[in-house]
Design a protein around this ligand. Structure first.
Ligand code: ADP
Ligand code: MG
Length: 454
C-alpha cells in the first residue's frame, strides 16, 4: 500500500484530533513517514532524544492512526537519521534547525547511546507529597517559564529522594514546550571531566561556547564541585553561571546539601546558588511512601496486596530508590519461588534488605504502649468511653495501628471498641492534622513509634 499525500493528511488529522493543535504543531508538523516492506513505517528523527520521546508518547497513537486510516496493522520504527547525532555522551543538545530528512535504510542504524535523560523521569511519574511539594512546584515552574520563575533553581536533599528525577522532568517539559531549545542536562562530574578534557586539548573556547550558548543548563549533583581540589572547575563554572544568568538563561542545580554546606565551595558560588529558589526534598512520610509504592507496582502491572504495601512502607522509610528496589526484589523472589506475592514473602525479602527492621507490631502491643504512656487502662482503649482523656489516646492508638500495622480499617476499628471504618479514618485524620501543627505532639508520636519498634 502507498501512503499517498491524501492518506497522510488523514493520518495527521487523526493525530491532531487526539492530541490537540498545540502538541500537534510541536511534534507532528514536520514529520515524515517512510513506508517499508512488511508493513513497517519508518519515521526519521533528528536525534536519540526525539526518538525516546516519540517512543514514549506517540508510538501507540501513530499505530492506531495508521490502523484507523489504512485499516492495517503497521509496525512503527523511529530512526535517528544523522550519525552526528548519535554519539552524544555527556550532553544533551537539540539542533536548532528542523529535523533533517532521512534516507530510509533497510538495516537499523547503529544503536545510539541513549544519553542522560531517562524517559521514566517525568512529572507524571513523580508522586507529590508534603516533603517534595515545593521542589516539585518550583521545577515545574522553571520548566514552563525558563529564566522567568526562579533562577537558579537549586534542589537539595539526600540520596534517593528524587533530585535527578525532578531535574530531568523539568528538562522534558521544557523540551516538549520548545523542541528546539538548546538544553544541557549533565552530571557535575561529567561537566568537570568535560572541562578538564577541554583544557588538555587546548579547547577551552569550545567548552565555553557550548555551555554558555545554552538556553537551559541543568547540572546534577553540583556538590561534586566541593569534593577535593576543584578550584579551576569552580572558577569555570562561576563564569558559566554568570554568562547564563546575565543572558537570562535558566540554570537548574541539584545537590546533596544546601549551598552553604557544600565543603570548599567558594563563597561567591554559595551566594549565587541562593539567588533564585532553594528547595529541599525531605524524606517521604508513610503516606507518600505508600502512594509511591502503589504507583511503582501499577507501572509494573503487578498486583501487590495492601498489607504488602503497608509493610514495605513501614520497613523502608528514608529512601525512595530503596522502595523501588524492594518492589523489584519482591517481584523477582515471587517469580523465582513460584509463589504469589504475600505478606509473608515480602517480610522474608525485607528481612534481607533491612535486617532488624521487620518488627512484629500488633494492635495489642500498640495498646500496651499507648496505655502506659497516657496512664490509662488497656481496657479503656478498647471501650466505647467518650471522655477526652480516653478518646484522645484511643485516636493516637488507632493512628499508630493504621501506619504501623497491616490491619484493615475494620480490624483496627474492631480492636478499639468496635468502631466502624469511617470512625477509624476520622481518628487518623484528626491525628494527622494535629501532627502538622503541634511539634510537641509530633515528638510524642515519634517517641511512641520508636518505643514500639524496639
Ligand atoms: P536522587 O537523585 O535524589 O538520588 P533520584 O531522582 O535518582 O534520586 O530518585 C531515586 C528513585 O526514586 C528514582 O527511580 C525515582 O524515579 C524515584 N523517585 C524519587 N522521588 C519520587 C517520587 N516523588 N515519585 C515517584 N518516584 C520517585
Ligand atoms: Mg541523583
Amino acid at each position: 500500500m502507498m501512503i499517498t499525500p491524501e492518506l497522510k493528511v488523514q493520518i495527521l488529522d487523526f493525530i491532531k484530533e487526539n492530541i490537540g493543535e498545540k502538541q500537534f504543531k510541536a511534534w507532528f508538523k514536520a514529520i515524515d513517514f517512510v513506508e517499508m516492506a512488511d508493513n513497517e513505517i519508518q519515521v526519521p528523527l533528528p536525534n536519540v532524544y526525539y526518538r525516546d520521546w516519540y517512543e514514549k508518547h506517540y508510538k501507540t497513537l501513530l499505530i492506531s492512526a495508521l490502523k484507523t486510516v489504512l485499516d492495517r496493522d503497521y509496525q512503527v520504527r523511529f530512526l535517528v537519521s544523522s550519525p552526528d547525532n548519535q554519539d552524544q555522551t555527556d550532553l544533551f543538545g537539540m539542533p536548532s534547525e528542523a529535523p533533517p530528512k532521512a534516507t530510509p535504510k533497510k538495516t537499523p542504524p547503529p544503536q545510539a547511546s541513549v544519553g542522560q535523560l531517562n524517559t521514566n523521569y517525568t512529572f507524571d511519574r513523580f508522586v507529590v507529597g508534603s516533603c517534595n511539594r515545593l521542589a516539585h512546584a518550583a521545577a515545574l515552574a522553571v520548566a514552563e517559564n525558563p529564566a522567568k520563575a526562579y533562577n537558579p533553581l537549586f534542589i537539595h536533599g539526600s540520596v534517593g529522594l528524587g533530585k535527578t528525577h525532578l531535574l530531568q522532568a523539568a528538562c522534558w517539559v521544557a523540551l516538549k514546550k520548545s523542541p528546539n531549545l538548546k538544553l544541557y542536562y549533565i552530571s557535575c562530574e561529567n561537566f568537570v571531566n568535560d572541562y578538564i578534557a577541554s583544557v588538555k586539548r587546548g579547547a577551552c573556547e569550545v567548552f565555553r561556547n557550548k555551555y554558555r550558548s545554552a538556553d537551559i543548563v541543568a547540572i546534577d549533583d553540583i556538590h561534586f564541585l566541593g569534593v577535593g581540589e576543584k578550584k579551576g572547575s569552580q572558577e569555570e563554572f562561576f563564569h558559566t553561571f554568570n554568562a547564563l544568568h546575565n543572558a537570562q538563561k535558566q540554570i537548574i542545580l541539584s545537590s546533596d546539601s544546601p549551598p552553604q554546606e557544600i565543603p570548599t565551595l567558594a563563597e561567591r558560588l554559595v551566594s549565587r546558588f541562593k539567588w533564585g529558589m532553594v528547595a529541599r526534598l525531605d524524606t517521604p512520610d508513610f503516606e507518600l511512601r505508600s502512594a509511591i509504592l502503589k504507583q511503582k507496582v501499577e507501572l509494573k502491572r503487578v498486583e501487590f496486596p495492601d498489607d504488602v504495601i503497608t509493610c514495605i512502607a513501614n520497613v523502608i522509610d528514608s529512601n525512595i530508590r530503596e522502595l523501588e528496589g524492594a518492589v523489584n526484589k519482591i517481584i523477582a523472589t515471587s517469580k523465582l519461588m513460584k509463589q504469589p506475592i504475600s505478606l509473608a514473602l515480602a517480610q522474608e525479602v525485607l528481612k534481607d534488605i533491612q535486617p532488624g527492621k521487620v518488627y512484629p507490631i500488633t494492635i495489642n502491643s500498640i495498646q500496651d504502649t499507648v496505655s502506659k504512656y497516657f496512664n490509662i487502662k488497656v481496657s479503656d482503649l478498647q471501650s466505647k468511653k467518650r471522655i477526652k482523656s480516653i478518646s484522645f489516646p484511643r485516636q493516637v492508638g488507632i493512628y499508630l495501628a493504621r501506619i504501623l500495622t497491616n490491619h484493615s480499617l475494620e480490624e483496627i476499628g474492631a480492636g478499639f471498641g468496635g468502631k466502624d471504618h469511617t470512625t477509624v479514618m476520622y481518628s487518623v485524620e484528626k491525628i494527622k492534622q494535629r501532627l502538622h501543627k503541634d511539634q510537641e505532639f509530633k515528638r510524642t508520636v515519634a517517641l511512641l513509634t520508636t518505643e514500639l519498634k524496639k
